[in-house]
Design a binder for this molecule. Structure first.
Ligand SMILES: Nc1nc2c(c(=O)[nH]1)N[C@H]1C(S)=C(S)[C@@H](COP(=O)(O)O)O[C@H]1N2
Ligand SMILES: [Mo]
Length: 251
């Protein structure tokens, strides 16, 4: 009697399976190739391919949506702060600028700009913070900053109603560097308009007389040398977002 083991594959079946799995493999490689080609040819959306920009936006919805402005960024004792603070980024930091005659241009409304002097800002209560400053390039430093809490600033100048806008835009006096920031992050209590570093007046290269320190964001958003501040319900222009980085840039 011939007994045919029916649970074992015949040579023919084995050969067929090998052939099919090779065909499957090549189809897979082909599809990966086509997906990349498609991505490469998608239109540019503010510096990156549209599907990648979409990825940033989905991220922003998730993390922006769960952002709680009462959650504090980790702080450190004064002794942990470095005295050799790195200088990074000099866009909009030209030499033809005098911090002594500076005034902030705060646009309350189109055609209604408030000029604010450094003396007025320094008269407000001072807030200090020591935190881990993170640059998107991959370095971070524990640094010590002092200035006025952004919420105190708004309240003092009777500008609370402007907090109803979705975004704030900041620009250097020459408008060469500019950032857009979601209002929730601006209202987080560790965000300061900063005029001191390590207990001394802010150095020229670090943004004197006034810069932004916003610990919930990466370094790119900490605009040095604030010239103009304005309010908007649409995303303000943002220097690095236009060059392919994430607009939200929170961490
Ligand atoms: N005006 C202006 N502000 C700027 C930049 C810039 O090029 N110009 N660079 C940003 C980046 S990328 C970083 S990491 C921080 C660095 O701040 P620091 O020079 O005080 O370390 O400033 C931010 N603010
Ligand atoms: Mo940075």
């Amino acid at each position: 009697m011939e007994s045919k083991p029916n649970n074992l594959a015949t040579d023919r079946q084995v050969r067929r399976r090998v052939i099919f799995s090779f065909i499957g493999f090549f189809i897979f490689i082909g599809l990966v190739y086509l997906a990349f080609r498609w991505l490469y040819h998608t239109p540019d959306a503010a510096g990156v391919h549209a599907p990648l920009r979409k990825g940033y936006e989905v991220n922003e919805k998730i993390f922006g949506g769960t952002f709680n402005k009462n959650t504090l960024v980790k702080t450190y004792p004064l002794s942990a702060a470095t005295t050799h603070v790195r200088v990074n980024g000099d866009v909009g930091m030209g030499e033809d600028f005098d911090p002594k005659t500076w005034k902030m241009h705060l646009v309350r409304n189109v055609g209604d700009t408030l000029l604010i002097s450094m003396a007025e800002i320094k008269a407000l209560p001072k807030t200090e913070i020591v935190f881990d400053f993170k640059c998107i390039e991959g370095w971070s430093q524990v640094t010590h900053w002092g200035g006025v809490k952004f919420t105190d600033f708004l309240a003092h100048f009777g500008l609370d109603s402007l907090a109803a806008y979705k975004y704030i835009g900041l620009q250097t006096p020459d408008k060469a560097y500019y950032v857009g920031i979601d209002m929730n992050s601006m209202l987080q209590p560790q965000t300061i308009l900063c005029y001191e570093m390590n207990g001394k007046p802010l150095p020229y290269d670090q943004g004197a007389p006034l810069r932004l320190i916003i610990p919930v964001k990466y370094g790119i958003k900490h605009l040095k040398r604030i010239g103009t501040m304005f309010f908007s319900n649409t995303q303000p222009a943002d220097y690095w977002a236009e060059r392919g980085y994430d607009f939200y840039s929170g961490h």
